[in-house]
Design a protein around this ligand. Structure first.
Ligand code: VG1
Ligand code: CO
Length: 544
């Protein structure tokens, strides 16, 4: 093998965010940009000589080109085997499953998740370690440091183009390249976790569902699992052809961007169950007939009903949720006598807890739920989990949720996003709140007493690593919370996320609209942050 030590100069700002490096496609297309980042990964992950690398992505624009470059670099750097999804396709949870199952050293996942795709839109890449999960901060910090000093990268002298369209094994010098079925390992894992015969029977009854793949990666997975294996009717899957630009859409499964599905479940002919997944297949939105399940409630309800699912029939070890996620899951954990962990935003913080068997289920308010079956959040897994619960309980989604509130109380919850605001304005907002920490302490706000306010800092209970500045929290004595956080996944300016939560134990007051129930907290948020004033916006971009 003829290897070229291509000299290069560092690019500024190749800093992995909440979920890897995300930039405009045009930025990634600069000569050496992707190569520098990939080499910085290889230089930061330890000794992988003779080992396996998994590669695949969500199929967005630039996916295939990036994969060819990575294969040429993996061969030059000394991997002995690359496993790549057919047509370059691997959903994020499927990549995690394949890394684990085939004992790979790690994997490169090409995705910018929910961010729009196409020549003028976004691309992304992240490295997952051998447990199948996102690299922890100590590795992403090392990768970033490397990108700032890199001066050369290794690549084959004469570039090889692998045919990704056919399942086959080929050889590049000492390295083999295996193009594998993108779905089968993952489908087999799903079958081992859930009661497929019960779900099949449910789908064969008069129960109707609608799954929206939003023209992103889960289309391929939903066809095989929901349709071929579980018998879902043809018309129960929509937008299931993966497209390079996601059909011009924004595959973020929420009430704003999954409008087509939302309109269907709120129509006169609404199905019993609706669900959507995001660009790379790791998130989910769950809906019933004329009913929306908040992701925080979804996590709590899964935990409370876990024994209905074969894989969790003996109970779960514990629950973890990201800090901004509502504390609905904490109430279930308490009732079950389990530990509940509160981590910063981003799936990488759950890995250690799952590896140490402290938790089985994890979730984020941002439509991410998952378990220790892989080390990523998993959209279709959540859909199957709900179908399994529905098959066992034989009740409607709305009934299951409202019964849950009766038993545990309802955590009213909402997130307001102010997307693409000027970075300076966003920093001003955060500083403005910080400046009031002292005066807020113990004061009355929104008719309730402030208990504490701080910048959330997390010490990993397994390796004691500390992650600070993970969002501003204003915690009230009655359990209500206001949280401000800057997004780590955007590619334009800054995105401010405002998270609001209040607890309602009274069954007679659990049927309000969340925005109405949270009105006082919403007003108080503006008064202390001057968010709309600093950013010159009069309303959020997205409310969920
Ligand atoms: C967002 C979500 C976070 C999630 C992350 C990656 O991050 O809030 O909960 O883990 O996206 O999800 P941020 O930093 O923009 O708030 V995905 O589907 O893009 O891997
Ligand atoms: Co995603």
């Amino acid at each position: 093998m003829n290897i070229n030590n291509q000299s290069t100069t560092a690019f500024e700002g190749q800093k992995p965010g909440t979920s890897g490096l995300r930039k405009k496609v045009k930025v990634f297309q600069q000569p050496g940009y992707l190569e520098n980042f990939v080499q910085s990964v290889f230089d930061s992950i330890g000794d992988f000589q003779g080992q396996t690398l998994v590669v695949g992505g969500d199929g967005r624009y630039f996916n295939a080109e990036a994969i060819q470059i990575i294969i040429n670099m993996a061969a030059a750097n000394g991997f002995s085997r690359v496993l790549v999804g057919q047509d370059g396709i691997l959903s994020t949870p499927a990549a995690s499953c394949i890394i684990r199952k085939h004992h790979a050293f790690g994997g490169l996942i090409l995705s910018a998740s929910h961010n729009p795709a196409g020549p003028d839109e976004d691309f992304g890449i992240k490295y997952n370690i051998g447990n199948g999960g996102p690299a922890p901060e100590k590795i992403t910090d090392a990768i970033y440091a490397k990108t700032q000093t890199i001066s050369s990268y290794k690549i084959l002298k004469s570039s090889v183009q692998v045919d990704l369209s056919k399942i086959a094994i080929s050889q590049i010098g000492a390295m083999s390249v295996e193009v594998i079925d993108s779905v089968s390992d993952y489908a087999e894992l799903m079958q081992s976790l859930f009661d497929f015969p019960a779900i099949r029977a449910l789908l064969a009854s008069d129960f109707r569902m609608c799954f929206d793949a939003m023209h992103a990666v889960t289309g391929s997975y939903a066809k095989v699992i929901l349709q071929d294996m579980l018998g879902a009717a043809d018309d129960s899957l929509i937008n299931c052809i993966p497209l390079e630009d996601f059909g011009g859409g924004h595959p973020d499964p929420n009430l704003t961007y999954a409008k087509e599905l939302v309109d269907i479940v709120y129509s006169n002919h609404a199905p019993d169950f609706g669900a959507a997944s995001d660009g790379d297949g790791d998130r989910n939105m769950i809906l019933g007939k004329h009913f929306f399940v908040t992701p925080s409630d979804s996590l709590a309800i899964m935990a409370a009903n876990a024994k209905a699912v074969p894989a969790y029939k003996d109970g779960i070890a514990g629950i973890a949720r990201s800090m901004p996620t509502s504390s609905a899951a904490d109430r279930v954990a308490k009732a079950l006598g389990l530990d509940c962990y509160e981590t910063p935003t981003g799936w990488k913080f759950f890995g250690n807890l799952m590896d140490a068997n402290k938790v089985t289920l994890c979730g984020e308010e941002s439509f991410g739920t998952g378990s220790n079956h892989v080390r990523e959040k998993d959209g279709l897994w959540a859909v199957l989990f709900w179908l399994n619960i529905l098959a066992v309980r034989g009740e409607s989604v709305e009934h299951i949720v409202t019964e849950h509130w009766k038993e545990f109380g309802r955590n009213y919850y909402s997130r307001h996003d102010y997307e693409a605001v000027p970075t300076d304005a966003a920093n001003q907002v955060m500083q403005h709140i910080r400046d009031q920490f002292e005066s807020l302490q113990g004061s009355m706000l929104a008719g309730r007493k402030v208990q504490t306010c701080d910048d959330f800092s997390y010490t990993d209970p397994i390796d004691q690593s500390v992650s600070s500045n993970q969002g501003i929290r204003i915690l009230f004595e009655d359990g209500s919370r206001i949280i401000f956080r800057l997004s780590g996944t955007g590619t334009e300016g800054a995105t401010i996320r405002l998270y609001l939560e209040s607890f309602e134990p009274d069954t007679n007051k659990q049927n309000m609209d969340a925005q109405d129930a949270l009105a006082e907290l919403i007003e108080a948020s503006e008064s202390i942050s001057k968010l709309q004033h600093f950013t010159n916006r009069d309303k959020p971009t997205v409310i969920t």
